[in-house]
Design a binder for this molecule. Structure first.
Ligand code: FES
Length: 168
């Protein structure tokens, strides 16, 4: 009788360790599968497109400077045509603002000021004063097939170059 009880204990102990072993293997397999999935999945950061649709040109009156706060660009309609400047200050990256009463673009952080239009032989984007080390860069602008102005924020173009304007 005592031997039978011992046999039953042995079986249940064996079953317990077998289940414990299987459980451990299952957890290890799940961990390995999770790491393998992370390893095989492309580690890509999806960013919004650098190309901005600025809409129809007739939204922008002649001699206007329009800031798009969301995308950080200016659309400027000058006598020469439409062009685009980055609105991000070249000092420490603050968003600049158009000051119509002064006719300039100004940075609220440390006081850099920039031309928005050609003036005194200076180009739009050129620094007037302040700590900014470089002018505001010109961005590539063009018309798409629907007649919308598109701006590529990732592509700088030479100031005043023929292709740096959209002329209608
Ligand atoms: S960030 Fe514009 S002047 Fe410093």
């Amino acid at each position: 009788m005592a031997e039978e009880t011992k046999k039953t204990d042995d079986v249940s102990r064996r079953q317990f360790f077998a289940k414990l072993g299987l459980g451990s293997l299952g957890i290890a397999a799940a961990g390995t599968a999770a790491f393998a999935y992370q390893y095989l999945e492309p580690n890509v950061l999806y960013e919004p497109s650098p190309v901005v649709n600025a809409g129809k040109p007739d939204r922008y009156p002649l001699d206007s400077v329009t800031l798009d706060v969301t995308t950080g660009i200016y659309i400027i309609h000058s006598q020469e045509g439409f062009f685009s400047l980055s609105a991000v200050c070249t000092h420490l990256g603050c968003l600049t603002a158009w000051k119509p009463e002064q006719g300039i673009i100004a940075c609220p952080c440390h006081g850099s000021k920039f031309f928005a239009f050609q003036q005194d032989g200076r180009k739009p984007g050129d620094k007037i004063e302040g700590p900014a080390p470089k002018p505001l860069p010109w961005k590539r602008i063009w018309l798409n097939d629907d007649g919308d102005l598109l701006v590529d924020r990732s592509t700088d173009v030479p100031p005043l170059a023929r292709d740096s304007f959209v002329r209608i």
